[in-house]
Design a protein around this ligand. Structure first.
Ligand code: PEP
Length: 255
């Protein structure tokens, strides 16, 4: 199981440090669930320092990056910069990046390849809007996002991928996909991964669910066969709630 917190554009350096410290205090060294926090860029270094000082198993992730190495891209951050500040993970293709910042399947793909080349583990987000779901287009949309987003990823490196199925209509809305809805799409994504990377690798890749996951619904969602963890927005901003989800993952206790 893998639980990652996406803090989005929340916290400043001081509150990010305090949140990271409280999460570290709850996540013990023996926790089997992989845990990551993804603070805003400005807090990456200080949060990383807190994780190091506490010798925490919690890893550091960023929320986005550019696909170029360096150059005249004002405001952008590259994969090597994230690696140099101690990031293990980077979220790519989040629906808010797609919706508000012009992210496309093509740019997601360029970022995925660049991130993997820099030794980062990408958490690649995919998911349909409400209109697409109501029009019966879930598999078409998610299938396109997976195929295009992962184009050119080699079979050898694919076990370092993480995917996150995040139905757009469930993000930050309090509306969660039912466990069955989540499992249906996760099983579809699993099939695509097996197709592209083979049975063993396709099964080993973690597919997270994201969209209003909280302690009260986590165990049921995480109990689904192809749900291997969660990408958590709102509930990752409170250490108790975030830990409640980690505890649910520990209770389910799969890969
Ligand atoms: C997210 O944005 O990745 C997310 C899942 O948000 P929330 O948990 O707030 O729905």
């Amino acid at each position: 199981m893998f639980i990652a917190g996406n803090w989005k554009m929340n916290t400043d350096v001081s509150s990010a440090g305090a949140l990271a410290a409280s999460i570290c205090d709850r996540v013990a060294a023996g926790t089997r669930t992989r845990v990551a926090v993804c603070p805003p860029y400005v807090s990456l270094e200080s949060v990383g320092r807190t994780l190091d000082q506490k010798a925490s198993p919690v890893k550091l992730g960023a929320q986005d990056m550019h696909f170029e190495d360096n150059g005249a891209f004002t405001g952008a951050i590259s994969a090597s910069m994230l690696a140099s500040v101690g990031c293990t993970y980077v979220i790519l293709g989040h629906s808010e990046r797609r919706q508000f910042f012009g992210e496309t399947d093509e740019t997601v793909n360029r970022k995925v390849l660049k991130a993997m080349g820099a030794g980062l583990i990408p958490i690649v987000c995919i998911g349909e809007t409400l209109e697409e779901r109501e029009a019966g287009e879930v598999e078409e949309v998610v299938g396109r996002q997976v195929r295009a987003g992962l184009a050119g990823v080699s079979v050898d490196s694919a076990d370092r991928l993480v995917l996150a199925y995040e139905p757009v209509w469930a993000i930050g809305t309090g509306r969660t996909a039912s466990p069955e809805q989540a499992q249906d799409v996760h099983a579809f994504i699993r099939g695509l991964l097996i197709n592209q990377f083979g049975e063993a690798t396709g099964r080993a890749i973690h597919i997270l669910y994201g969209g209003s996951m909280k302690p009260s619904n986590a165990e049921e969602l995480l109990g689904q066969k192809d749900v291997d963890g969660g990408l958590i927005g709102g509930a990752s901003l409170k250490a108790d709630d975030f830990y409640g989800i980690i505890a649910a993952a520990e209770a389910v206790g799969r890969k």
